[in-house]
Design a protein around this ligand. Sequence first.
Ligand code: AMP
Ligand code: GLY
Length: 426
Amino acid sequence: MKVLVIGSGGREHALAWKLAQSPAVEEVLVAPGNAGLMHEACVRNAPVAATDIEGLLQLVRREQVALTVVGPEAPLALGVVNAFRTAGLRCFGPTREAAQIESSKAFAKDFLRDHRIPTADYAVFSELAPALAYVRKRGTPIVIKADGLASGKGVVVATSQAEAEAALHNMLGNGSLGEAGARVVVEDFLEGEEVSFMALCDGKHALPLASSQDHKRRDDGDRGPNTGGMGAYSPAPVMTASVEAQVMSRIIRPTLAGLAEAGMPFTGFLYAGLMVSPDGTARVVEFNARLGDPETQPLLLRLDSDLVQLIELALDGRLDEGHVAWDPRPALGVVLAAHGYPAEVRTGDEISGLDFPLPPDVKLFHAGTCLSEDGRIVSCGGRVLTACALGETLSVAREAAYAALSHVRLDGSFCRHDIGFRALHR
Ligand code: AMP
Ligand code: GLY
């Protein structure tokens, strides 16, 4: 069969690469894809934007695609799954309604409170004055979050009163994030270690995937601004078997049950960003209605099961029969970011060294790479590549991932040098 992956990032490169390995798959199309996918076996880019739902429907009909997998949040929030279902097409991801768990932080927080799922205490505001009063009463550190989708730029972890007030002035006063910041969630700061936990869901059942940990800040030592993610590894040692059991029973299953009860059953990849406190209690920091990027890249290097089979089971509501097999070795991925990321990014710079031969179990996943008119590979996005490797130990995987990146040349680019530090320093 033919499969379509919607999106163009490192997550989508990894998805396409993994799906193409399934014996059931003849070809994977990626819309719009990136320059790295041109060299993958049985993979083809299709020039349709990820948010052009009508164009995607036409592509799927023209190419007789049997299964579509949605990568990023924007098409989900626009209702791509609703449109495909209405057209009688198989598309893996949540509906627009279920995707609100990510697209509206206020929706997600109210949902968590109503279902008594552990998360930070909070309040929602659309007016500046009461928000300022709340922050003054509550004290710092405190976290200010834009309600809507803001590509990782809508969260300010404020350590001082001045910083908290500036964030509120920006979002509610000056409208700096537009519609996304017209409502804000103000929530208590949670202490602990963050972990990413994803599960395949079929509306009723959840099949957990291996744990992973992201590095959201731009600079070494978790400093600098928040980004979409500068690197990740799997598994995350903080996610012990007992923490996982607690997360399944207190967070994932109640979330699925609550969404189903509300008439918006969740089918797709459910991502819970968790904070595990020093006493081992996990609380929800955020939900995403999709796989994480860059967590997916090392995660899929470790996946031994056939991903197409798992997704088909989910679409048939039979995940209770599913089983996921993992390579026991850890995997780690390092993001190469373009000059200026996560603020104004410079694009159009040539990237060289991409064809350097890599050892087995090492993979360069592309993201912001495009083909220029004269046939060179140039940068065209903030996160350009994720270099990933499996290793007998995490430090072996890390050496191999950084070694793979060392052959790549892109003017002005940078990466973090300490991916995996938490697990390695344990
Ligand atoms: P979010 O987009 O909600 O995941 O927030 C981005 C990042 O801000 C998270 O990955 C955390 O590092 C941090 N963060 C968000 N909410 C909290 C919180 N309540 N307590 C501590 N850190 C937080
Ligand atoms: N890496 C975090 C995310 O995908 O939202």
